[in-house]
Design a binder for this molecule. Structure first.
Ligand SMILES: [Zn+2]
Length: 405
């Protein structure tokens, strides 16, 4: 069978199709490529013309499937004496990297499937490739598109941490709040972590940052103050409610332990009743919750505090927000439970960031949405324990849209 007729499918310089055949019944096809002698071989390292051929070698390279067949290229290539490197070098091939056994176009296709949302494992199975190979190509494509930090157009930031391993090991995520774009990710959640981000930020952008939404976490606060003293720090409701839900749950458990058998039975399995918003409860769930609240004064107070906490974030006028905050802390202190007193102290210490919300209406749902999306990426990409790859995947999944404004 002549190999010439399929040459157009392998439009690579310095190599030509010498032979091709389909391995009957195996679903595989083989194409043999040989050097095109009209060209002199190049050194793969420096790209210069190799002066002398040192030897001939062969490698097998997977290519895109062809006509329903798995395609294997038998590449007859050369090694050259490179005068510039002063070494024997493998010749440069424009369709496959020197250490790879997969063509660049198959690698690009694998990366594209990853970009569309398939997991590396799914792509590897689909293309019959090693998952490590798929990841290498995906990561290289991501590096190209998202490898450098783009500080353009930033006015308001939301900064958050995510746990990458249970209980310890955190990463810091910096979001352009106005577009929803993940700008940067770094390992850790310390001052030094954020310092890296701000240190590389061009001065005009840094001086133009108007607001930063964060959790009440001192290292972040310190770093933002150091680099963007003009920016308003805003504490978003999402994190505050999350912290208060923990207090609610602890107190509910404590009340359960204190109660008699009947009281314990009433409180059993009611965690979600307290954590869910009233509006999301079914009619029977509301009745049950009301029953509990009428029987237990402390839980009644705690539930009221939860509702009122959300309310503080709805004010537009700083003075009113201050007043509501003072009222909240007063009720919490009157109850006398140490956890409530602690929470009141925290809110008072950070009151500036709560009042700043009147000026910068940072929506909690947006931050929550980003967190949820990152969790999906984590499931898909985290198996590799490669935090750099994970960060690139997050940036790819959250490229931001101007219409999110
Ligand atoms: Zn060279």
């Amino acid at each position: 069978m002549s190999g010439r007729s399929i040459g157009a499918y392998f439009p690579w310089c310095r190599m030509k199709v010498a032979h091709h055949n389909v391995v009957e019944g195996s679903g595989r096809a083989m194409v043999r490529l040989e050097p095109d002698l009209r060209f002199r071989p190049l050194c793969h390292e420096c790209g210069r013309v190799g002066r002398r051929i040192h030897s001939h070698a062969r490698k097998f390279v997977r290519d895109l499937d062809f006509g329903g067949h798995r395609m294997l290229l038998q590449v007859e290539h050369r090694k050259v004496f490179c005068g510039s490197c002063r070494q024997v070098r493998v010749e440069k091939l424009d369709f496959v990297d020197v250490h790879q056994r997969v063509t660049l176009r198959l690698g690009a296709y694998a990366a594209e499937l990853c970009r569309l949302g398939l997991s590396v494992d799914a792509v590897a199975r689909h293309l019959d490739l090693d998952p490590k190979t798929v990841k290498t190509f995906d990561k290289a494509a991501l590096q190209r598109d998202f490898g450098t930090t783009n500080y353009e157009g930033i006015r308001r930031l939301a900064i958050d941490e995510i746990a990458v391993r249970k209980g310890h090991d955190y990463m810091t995520v910096v979001l352009d709040y106005d577009t929803g774009r993940v700008v940067w990710m770094g390992t850790g959640r310390q001052i030094a972590t954020l310092d890296v981000f701000f240190n590389n930020m061009p001065d005009p952008v840094r001086n133009g940052v108007e607001a930063v939404a964060i959790d009440m976490w001192e290292p972040y606060i310190a770093s933002v103050r150091k680099w963007c003293p003009q920016a308003d720090i805003v504490f978003d409701l999402f994190h505050v409610v999350k912290a208060f839900n923990k207090v609610i749950d602890d107190i509910r458990n404590e009340e359960g332990r204190k109660a008699d058998a009947a009281g314990r039975a009433t409180l059993k399995g009611t965690k979600y009743l307290f954590l869910k918003n009233w509006g999301n409860l079914r009619c029977d769930q509301r009745i049950r919750l009301n029953e509990i609240l009428s029987l237990n004064q402390r839980l009644n107070t705690v539930y009221w505090l939860k509702d009122f906490l959300v309310h503080i974030w709805s004010y537009h006028i700083p003075g009113w927000a201050e007043g509501a905050l003072a009222e909240w802390c007063g009720v919490a202190r009157d109850d006398g439970h140490p956890a409530l007193e602690r929470f009141a102290r925290t809110l008072e210490r950070y009151h500036y960031g709560i009042v700043n919300h009147c000026k910068h209406r940072i929506h909690t749902s947006k931050i929550e949405g980003v967190n949820n999306k990152i969790k999906v990426v984590k499931r898909i990409a985290y198996g590799f324990h490669d935090l750099e790859y994970f960060a690139l995947k997050v940036k790819q999944a959250l490229p931001g849209r101007p219409e999110d404004n």
